[in-house]
Design a protein around this ligand. Structure first.
Ligand SMILES: [Zn+2]
Length: 222
């Protein structure tokens, strides 16, 4: 076990909790791809809250446990992480949570649209689709996730379960997870005001371009 990498995974778990895009019980899992190997490091603890590095396990992308102890509840969802790495060489980090507002959409089996600007700015301009229900981590659930994944969109809602984020880096994954949760909360709040209104497609592109233009300039100093 690479202790530094295990500690990095525990740190990512703590940052997910700090982001606020997490259910009260802290349920979820974090994994990172091991560079240059068909393996991932995966949180095998019962909660992301205070997750210790000692409970991080090493798992082959074929699902074989290579190092550590993997309890049944966490073992059941390994396949939805390994599938994301197997399908996309660019994916370096996978997050799964039951963040409450996104999970409300997942339970209602309703996608999240591009009705907050951050969705357009952070690669979610096409919205977040819903993957059909299957018992968590089952072949059926993984097939439903694969069918729902939209090229270029780093998130899917898991019907009657939660949310799955898959991105190049942990930083981008954590950011996408919090944007999805913020959009879901805004969507639900807007429900009592006639419902959320999506940004027009051409203006989503404009929002992204403006964010990129400011991003390329970096921080401006007085
Ligand atoms: Zn779950």
């Amino acid at each position: 076990m690479d202790k530094d990498l295990a500690q990095q995974v525990a740190d990512i778990a703590h940052r997910v909790v700090a982001s606020g895009a997490i259910s009260a019980n802290g349920h979820g899992n974090v994994s990172v791809r091991v560079p240059g190997a068909a393996e991932m490091y995966f949180t095998a603890g019962p909660s992301l809250r205070d997750h210790p590095a000692s409970a991080v396990v090493r798992v082959g992308l074929d699902g074989t446990l290579l190092e550590g102890d993997l309890p049944p509840i966490q073992g059941a969802v390994v396949a939805m992480h390994t599938a994301m790495y197997a399908d996309s060489p660019d994916v370096g980090c996978v997050l799964h949570t039951h963040s409450p507002y996104a999970t409300a959409y997942a339970v209602a089996r309703r996608g999240i649209g591009c009705w907050i600007e951050a969705m357009a700015m952070f690669g979610l301009g096409d919205g977040v689709p819903v993957a059909g229900y299957g018992p968590r981590g089952s072949a059926e659930a993984v097939a439903n996730i694969r069918a729902a994944v939209t090229p270029g969109v780093p998130a899917v809602l898991l019907a009657n379960h939660g949310v799955l984020i898959f991105h190049r880096t942990p930083e981008l994954a954590i950011q996408a997870g919090s944007v999805v949760e913020e959009a879901a909360q805004a969507g639900l709040n807007a429900g009592s005001l006639g419902g959320p209104v999506e940004i027009a497609p051409e203006l989503r592109a404009a929002a992204l371009q403006r964010a990129m233009a400011f991003g390329s300039r970096g921080t401006v100093h007085a």
